[in-house]
Ligand binder design. Structure first.
Ligand code: ADP
Ligand code: ADP
Length: 232
């Protein structure tokens, strides 16, 4: 069944058309990669799916209903960098993910609720292999470990949809392969629907059940902004 639907979407910034009449249905449980040149509108897709940005025209639907803006536990997101807070430890970062919709302050949780939150966050960190780094700050973690932490933060509330924007783009090739194993395992274990933007075609075809290319449908060198991207 369909979990996420982009219906006749246009995204415009003033004169500039970024996405033009884009329709796309994402099946629940699928792993969709979005590829395409820089500036084509790939990240715009993720912002729409996240509800961070509203389309100029058209609708984004989750389970057939209009998206609630931001702070929705149904969607987790990981960016290439800076997805986690540098002034919080690994555990605190994941607790923040857990409490996001309510309050970022664990300080408001007491007793059993507090112990449960810490246990849930610790379990999630264990699932990504960070069980020995609970009280470490992100700056003391390698790039791959920081992305593991970002994934733990994004998944701790068990969202149904995981949005990934070039999540492995800054990592060394071997580490990238480890991250591929991790993300495929989490995808299967959590029954996730994944939408991943990547520049790496090989990565896109290796991981995804469906690869979508976003690009300008037409080119007019005199007025490129007149034409938005579509799915090609
Ligand atoms: P991609 O992820 O494919 O590189 P983006 O989705 O980030 O592309 O951006 C698509 C286009 O929209 C780019 O040309 C970018 O400059 C433009 N854009 C994005 N955000 C804004 C904004 N707030 N105002 C104006 N233009 C924007
Ligand atoms: P302890 O009593 O051992 O210091 P706490 O119960 O205070 O443990 O906190 C448990 C974990 O939650 C620790 O890693 C702590 O740093 C973190 N933590 C405490 N308060 C907050 C907060 N307001 N926001 C996020 N994390 C917090």
């Amino acid at each position: 069944s369909e979990i996420l639907t982009f219906k006749d979407i246009w995204v415009e910034y003033g004169e500039k058309i970024v996405l033009e009449r884009v329709s796309l249905s994402i099946s629940e449980g699928s792993f969709v990669s979005i590829v395409g040149p820089s500036g084509a509108g790939k990240s715009t897709f993720l912002r729409l799916a996240l509800g961070q940005e509203a389309p100029t025209r058209g609708q984004v639907l989750l389970d057939g209903k209009a998206l609630l803006p931001q702070c929705d536990p149904d969607r987790g997101v990981v960016f290439q960098r800076y997805s986690v807070y540098p002034h919080l430890t690994a555990l605190q970062n994941v607790l923040l993910g857990l409490e996001f919709a309510k309050s970022p302050f664990l300080g408001r949780l007491y007793g059993k609720a507090r112990r449960d939150a810490i246990q849930t966050a610790t379990d999630m960190l264990t699932a990504v292999g960070l069980q020995h780094n609970l009280n470490i700050y992100p700056s003391a973690l390698s790039g791959g470990m920081q992305q593991r932490l970002a994934i733990a933060q994004a998944l701790v509330k068990h969202p149904r949809v995981l949005l990934l924007d070039e999540p492995f783009g800054a990592l060394d090739p071997e580490i990238r392969l480890e991250m591929h194993d991790l993300i495929l395992r989490l995808w299967a274990q959590h029954g996730l629907t994944i939408l991943m933007v990547t520049h790496d075609l090989q990565e896109a075809f290796k991981l995804a059940t469906r690869v979508i290319k976003v690009d300008k449908r037409r080119h007019d060198p005199h007025a490129p902004h007149r034409y938005g991207s579509g799915i090609i």
